[in-house]
Design a protein around this ligand. Structure first.
Ligand SMILES: [Fe+2]
Ligand SMILES: [Fe+2]
Length: 316
């Protein structure tokens, strides 16, 4: 029977929230598909935590249930963006964070797919509005722990902190904040194509691993360089997010005067969330460490903006 069924992959990050699933979801173990979540189950609470623990990124559905899956996705996202849906902000943030993570994963895996890029880009415009206009939105998204050390989840966190910083820095509408968001979502794009254990401190990388790591911004840009659908602002963030204002960053050792505003903001948010997401340092301690160790590496007003985002949103 296995041979006659056609399974298609779906992203675990799209399975969030209280809505019951109108399809069966399978996991693949040793080339066999095993029913894991039944039609009528939902992904609130425990079940999602278990999936994350397994670091499972994809599940499978039968291809004749793809329409149900697509309908579930759009209904779930529409409900999440609807202030009056009756769902809690935490549950809505869960779905919205998942959808941002899923579109980042999609572009990171298939950068040449112009349609996937457009979906991600269109999605960021709505996301900017959600984070900027709803009181507990930023806090609810940042409080979703990156338990599986996902680079795409880290991208969503960095994008969200970057938006909070933009608000503190009073950036007006003349700044395309959707591109700041998209660039921050995709900043570590190249790391998803490398086989590095991100939970290892950088001091424990082998020489080869360290060399690959130091090149990830440059190699990321190389990979998307010939793709016209990537916006320049996004490519700049991918290239420059590890640079520091005093020229001690990588890959080019650029200084503040050579760096664009969005790259500077992303670099600051990234340096902080790297400590939380990959070095597993509790948020309050991570901020303390960041404020001391990063002095002189980021613009002081950007560091202060990040600190204010975390404090004013009761995240620490
Ligand atoms: Fe990076
Ligand atoms: Fe990063």
């Amino acid at each position: 029977m296995e041979a006659t069924n056609n399974y298609v992959p779906i992203r675990v990050s799209t399975l969030r929230g209280e809505l019951k699933i109108p399809f069966n979801a399978y996991v693949r173990i040793a080339n066999k598909h095993i029913l894991y979540c039944r039609m009528g189950d939902s992904f609130a609470g425990d079940r999602l935590a278990k999936l994350k623990k397994k670091k499972l990124k994809k599940m499978f559905i039968l291809d004749d249930q793809e329409t149900q899956y697509r309908d579930y996705l759009s209904q779930s996202i529409d409900m999440a963006y609807d202030k009056n849906s009756g769902s809690s902000i935490e549950s809505r943030a869960d779905v919205i964070q998942g959808s941002q993570q899923a579109s980042a994963e999609e572009v990171m895996e298939n950068p040449e797919d112009q349609a996937a890029y457009k979906i991600a880009k269109d999605g960021t415009a709505k996301y900017v509005d959600f984070i900027m206009s709803e009181d507990a939105a930023l806090k609810s998204v940042i409080n979703i722990e990156n338990t599986d050390q996902s680079l795409a989840h880290h991208g969503v966190t960095v994008a969200t902190l970057a938006l909070g910083m933009a608000q503190k820095l009073n950036l007006d509408k003349s700044h395309p904040l959707n591109l700041l968001t998209l660039g921050a979502l995709l900043h570590d794009f190249e790391l998803t194509h490398l086989d590095l254990d991100m939970s290892k401190p950088r001091s424990q990388f082998t020489e080869e691993e360290l060399a690959a790591y130091k090149n990830h911004p440059k190699d990321g840009v190389k990979r998307v360089g010939t793709l016209n659908h990537f916006d320049q602002a996004v490519t700049d963030i991918i290239f420059n997010h590890e640079e520091f204002i005093n020229g001690s960053g990588f890959p080019r050792g650029l200084k503040e005067k050579d760096l664009d505003l969005f790259s500077l903001i992303t670099s600051t948010a990234n340096a902080y969330d790297r400590l939380v997401a990959f070095e597993c340092i509790p948020k309050t301690e991570a901020l303390k460490r960041f404020m001391v160790e990063s002095m002189g590496l980021h613009k002081l007003e950007h560091m202060q903006a990040l600190k204010a985002v975390l404090k004013d949103n009761d995240i620490l």
